[in-house]
Ligand binder design. Structure first.
Ligand SMILES: NC(=O)c1ccc[n+]([C@@H]2O[C@H](COP(=O)([O-])OP(=O)(O)OC[C@H]3O[C@@H](n4cnc5c(N)ncnc54)[C@H](OP(=O)(O)O)[C@@H]3O)[C@@H](O)[C@H]2O)c1
Length: 220
């Protein structure tokens, strides 16, 4: 299958890319930092397509669609790239909504005509439990929480408007990455193996669910 992963240079994105390659998929690894994938490229010269792109630029979206079509289309889109800034400024809020909600939405919209040609198309949004309104009992993280909650809502509508595609909103756990920090209890391998299990098992009837990397449903 053909899989596209954004934010593929490190952390969860890199882990998801490595597992996909091991499973025999062709991976479009989208990153602003292509040299970080040099080692994987050595092992998977044929199946790893590194795309050096800043997906916030409209031209990049067009280039990406062309690359994917040229290589035979897309079966699984994984919107993984994300950012968390603790400050509450206009700039932090705007950038967070752009990276965490608007870009994944526009990339998904752009890819739907291509995904529709797949036999079993899936879109995975890497969300977070911190986007759950019900689960928010500690406050703070305004930009991060609200931008990911927006991602959840955008995806809910996408699921309704594109019933031919299976959507999943997945919380990866609290993971040891640049974002999650050293105190996180879950390592990248455990998280990404769990996410791939969820991706492989999710059926069309479950489209649009908000679940964690172990398959447990999360309250909205
Ligand atoms: N770690 C956790 O505990 C945790 C918990 C819940 C949810 N998540 C979610 O999991 C996803 C991956 O997080 P991570 O922990 O692996 O974080 P990370 O190590 O900080 O990696 C984030 C990735 O996102 C991309 N990215 C960051 N800022 C960007 C920007 N301004 N424009 C475009 N791309 C940008 C980067 O991609 P490139 O540099 O490759 O372009 C980077 O590879 C995120 O969506 C995050 O919200 C993480």
């Amino acid at each position: 299958m053909n899989v596209l992963v954004t934010g593929a240079s490190r952390g969860i994105g890199l882990g998801l890319t490595a597992i996909a390659l091991k499973k025999g998929h062709t991976v479009f690894a989208v990153t602003r930092n292509p040299q970080a994938l040099n080692t994987l490229q050595g092992d998977y010269a044929q199946s790893l397509v590194i795309i050096d792109a800043d997906i916030s630029q409209p031209l990049s979206l067009k280039m990406l669609m062309a690359k994917v079509e040229e290589k035979g289309g897309l079966d699984i889109l994984i919107n993984n790239a994300g950012m968390m800034k603790p400050d509450e400024t206009y700039e932090a809020l705007t950038e967070s909504f752009q990276v965490n909600a608007i870009i994944p939405f526009l990339l998904t919209k752009a890819m739907t005509p291509i995904l529709r040609k797949s036999k079993n198309p899936k879109v995975v949004q890497i969300s977070t439990k911190m986007a759950s309104i019900e689960d928010n009992t500690s406050g703070g993280y305004y930009a991060y929480r609200s931008s990911k909650t927006a991602l959840n809502m955008l995806t809910r509508s996408l699921k309704i408007d594109h019933p031919e595609i299976t959507f999943a909103l997945i919380h990866p756990g609290w993971v040891k990455t640049d974002m999650g920090g050293d105190n996180a209890p879950v390592d990248v391998m455990e998280s990404t193996q769990g996410i791939w299990k969820v991706i492989d098992l999710i059926a069309h009837k479950d489209s649009g669910k908000f679940i964690d990397f172990q398959g447990n449903e999360i309250a909205w």
